[in-house]
Structures are given as C-alpha cells and as structure tokens.
Ligand binder design. Sequence first.
Ligand SMILES: [Fe+2]
Length: 485
Amino acid sequence: MLSKTRTRRRLVVLGVVSALSAAAAVLAVGGRLGGGRSGSAGDENFEVRPYLQLGDSPDTGLALLWQAADRDDAWAVDLRRGGDGPWVETPAPAWRRRALEGSPPARLYRAALAGLAPGSSFAYRVRRSGRPVFQARGSALKPAGVPHRFVAFGDCAAGTAGQRAVAYRASLARPDYVMITGDVVYMRGRASEYLRHFFPVYNSDAAGPGSGAPLLRSIPFVAAAGNHDLIDRDLDRLPDGLAYFYYLAQPLNGPPAPRQSPALVGAEGRRRAFLEAAGPAYPRMANFSFDYGDVHWAVLDANPYADWTDPALLGWLEADLAAAKRAAWRLAAFHQPGFHSSVAHADDQRMRVLAPVFERHDVSLVLSGHVHNYERSRPLRFAPADPASPYGPGGRVEGAWAIDGRYDGRTRTLPDGVTYLVTGAGGARLYDPDRDDDPHSWQPFTARFVARTHSLTVVDVTPEALAVRQVSADGEELDRFIITH
Ligand SMILES: [Fe+2]
C-alpha cells in the first residue's frame, strides 16, 4: 500500500492510514522525523502537522492546514490530482499569525487544494525551503449518487483512553469524513488543549487503540461547536480560548453575524490577537452548511445564547434547507440535543424549537452530543406549546410529541418523523451508565440507550437509505437501524 521512492533515501515510512476508501498511505519525508513523535502534534518542522478541512469551497476542493514557527520559511504544497502523475505546485499558502499570551507565536498556514474532480483521490506533499517534509493522500468530496460513509461522535478530545480507542475504531471504519457533534476539546476550547488532546490523537502517526490514528491528514473532520468550545469568551482568563475559530476551517456560509453571539471579553490586545488568528471565521463559522454526496448538512450552534426563534437565524436555516430539497437526504448536527433521557442537561431542551422546521423540510436524522452516551429516539414529531415564546426555566420547551411506534429500523424502515441521535460518547466521562438496562427511566421517545461504553456512529449513505450502526470503542455493535424514504 505504501508507494516507493526511488530518489529519496531519507524517506521514512511512518504509518498507514486505514481511513479512506481509496487506501490512503502516509509518508513523512525528512531527516529525523521517525523518532520521538508519538503523542505530539508536531515535530521539528511543524507545531501541528498537516491536516485536511472542508475550507470555504468544499464543492471544488479542500483546505490543507498546518502550523509552524513564526518565521519566514518558504512553504509550498504540491498536488498530484488523481493520486499519481506529476506533482503540480499549488498557489502559495496563506497564513495568519497566532500570537497569544502563554505560548510562542506561530503561523497558521492554509493551502487550497483546488480543482479536484468530485470523488477523485489525490496525493499532496508539503515542502519547507524546497525539501519535502510531509506527504499524504486524500479524496475530494464524493458527488451525489456515489455511496459514502461518515463517522460521528462528540464530546471527544478529553485526553482519555476512550478517546484514543474511539479514534482508532473510527479509522477501522474507513470513513470519508468525521462529524464531531461538539465539545471538540476539553475543558475550555483552548489552543493548548487542541495541541495536547486533538491533533496528537486524530493525526497520530501510529494507528492503535492506545494512540489514535492518522485520520486528519487524509479525511476532513467537520465540527459543530459545543459549550466547551464557544461559551467562554473571556480572553483575559483564556488568551488561547475559542481555538475552534482558527484551528478549523469550515464554510463561512452561515448567518453573517449571529445577533446573540456573545461579545468577546478581554483587554484590547488580547482581542486583537485572537481576531488576527481567527480572521473572518469569527463569529460566522458557528453555523454553516455543506453537501457531501447525497447528504445536505446543516451544522448549527445550539449554545444557550443562540435563539433559534430569532428570524435572522431561523430564516437562514429555513432558506438553507429549502434550497437543499433536491438532496436525497437532509441531516443536521448540533451539540445540545432537544430529546434525550439522561439526568444531566434534562432541562436544556432549547433545540426542540427546531423540530417543526426539521419536519417541514424532511430532515431525516439529527445528531447531537453534550450528553455523554448514545441515545436514539423513535421517529417523532414535536409541536411546542407556545411557538412564539417557547423557552421555560432552564431552557425547557413544553409541547406535545407524536411518536412513530411502527418504525423498527429493520423491517419497517420508513419513519414518520425525525430520528434524533445523541452520540456524545466520543471520549469524555460517560453519563448515566446505570440507565442502560432500565428502560422505565427513559423518556417515551427513546428507543435505545447505551452509556456503559465509549462509542461512535457509522453511517452508510446511498440515495435510497441511511444505514446507521453504533459501535463501541472495542468494536461491539450496540445498535443498528435503517432509514428509507
Ligand atoms: Fe457539552
């Protein structure tokens, strides 16, 4: 699976990604790159080794990001469209400075991997001062009509054994991308936490249950923003907080300036340093949409400050979903679930206000996290009792639901309503494991509840069906269901 070099004797093979449907091989090129790097985000060339993101224009290409020292090195990226043939140098990478208190200044580089035919594979290599220092393979987003697979989990980069095992298990599923349902890093969404817990695990050179897997270099991770990612905006306390806005690169097609988005707090110099790093991503990247194959995704900010009855937010979502009516599937991802059966966060039901919108636009599946376990609802419809003023104490939303009791996900696969998944068992401490075997403690809409193990969601998408499996970190199938039109 590993390609061979005829000319570079110093080439060190570091690992094999079992990530993409086109077997993805990972090479790192350079002098001492082979040693002492396990468990770190970077090496002698990088503070953070290269990783793929959706970027601004996922229909036509991907973004390649990396971070390096704040100095004038000559960086270049070469692309091999189709995976072989000649290397073609891409336009010069852009960079922004990340100069925050408490860590050495760094440069956040971004190169556009453009002009990729949908679904095509490619190889890229990163050169520093002319010398290749990193190489990997990836695939462009697949077009409609072509089956694809994604993996989803949330509440993940907590530095636990469960996080690493879920990452490795995700790589064994060979997904086309990963959807994180919020709370990307613990505890405070800080750059230092990404460097410790996120990049070393999901872009690990080694693949294994104890280390993670080299996923990020070959497939994009997409992330909804959770409370641990976005709520704390006090840069005096956390100068490297809100790193979501500069470590991730996702479409900037959401509402331009969410009205309720909390203001940045902190001395002017700290705010300026953050905004220099984040650029136009702040605050817009909290909500966005994109298409992958037959799925149209709406990725939403469900933090309590976001009022989804506000016409600016709601209008954007309605228009976005209406414009996607030709997609075979419409899915939504956000952090705080509207429907779940856990004790923790029981009153935070704010996102129930969007249930009628999802029903109107034929959204099939909603994925959330926040609650650290796996929960699947029966297909349901929900009507808030007071749509004009739906929020009660703590975020409660009173209303009436209608549950589809006929759907079983195996022989009866055509649901009447929306299926709500909580897949928040990606690495953080699990909630309510004592409720697994106690269905009487579940809400009437809950069909499945598994909290005894960390787990991930694996979804196979075709134009005709969503085939969903929940898999534990050590490979046990915890749930399986199919949704058809
Ligand atoms: Fe959370």
